[in-house]
Write a protein of this length. Structure first.
Length: 212
């Protein structure tokens, strides 16, 4: 009897407190969840797909007229920012250096011509050429995904590894011309330093491609 009296005394004294706690804890947890949900919904949306973020600066360079005018699906290079067909019916040729009798270097010398010749004189850089006919390495009119796939595939990019691509952007004299095109031509949208840094960052991340 003494034990029953003790249990009844404990229940009257302690049960209400435990009952209240049992009600409060779930309520507090629910309130906290609502607050967190509200905070999350008020934040800015998550950043764009990481692959797209990494590759977009590179795409903007490759699909600028200074690059894509020679990275075309057809066999006639393009001219000017408007992408007009090259005058004089210039053609790629099998090696990308022009047809016999109309080789690229007939007009395009190893450096830009003097300003005295006017803004539309044929520009120049070492090794002026298009990609060869059996590996055209097309950039024009492709999606960001397809440009990315083309750029990093050795069967499409002239046998270059990812490390080779970094060196290509950093060291190739013809690529460098895009930042020094002469005349009144627009330059590439990023500086050379920014472009090389973007390529290095993309390669370090595993060269991911944006979704199709």
């Amino acid at each position: 009897m003494a034990k029953k009296a003790m249990y009844r005394s404990w229940f009257k004294r302690e049960a209400p407190r435990h009952t209240i706690s049992g009600m409060l804890l779930p309520a507090l947890a629910l309130a906290a969840a609502c607050l967190l949900t509200g905070a999350a919904s008020s934040q800015a949306p998550p950043p764009a797909n990481e692959a797209e973020r990494l590759f977009e600066p590179i795409r903007s360079v490759l699909q600028h007229p200074r690059c894509q005018n020679c990275h075309i699906a057809g066999d006639r290079p393009l001219q000017f920012d408007s992408g007009q067909l090259h005058a004089q019916n210039v053609m790629r040729g099998t090696d990308g250096r022009g047809m016999v009798g109309m080789r690229c270097t007939t007009c395009h010398q190893s450096q830009n011509p003097p300003a005295a010749l006017g803004p539309h004189a044929p520009p120049g850089a070492p090794n002026w050429h298009l990609p060869p006919s059996n590996m055209k390495m097309v950039f024009k009119d492709l999606s960001s995904h397809d440009v990315c796939v083309t750029l990093k595939d050795p069967q499409l990019n002239g046998g270059k590894s990812l490390d080779d691509l970094v060196r290509h952007f950093a060291e190739d004299k013809l690529v460098d011309w895009g930042w020094h095109p002469g005349g009144n031509r627009t330059v590439l949208p990023l500086t050379k330093e920014q472009t090389v840094a973007a390529v290095k960052g993309w390669v370090a991340a595993g060269a991911p491609c944006p979704q199709e």
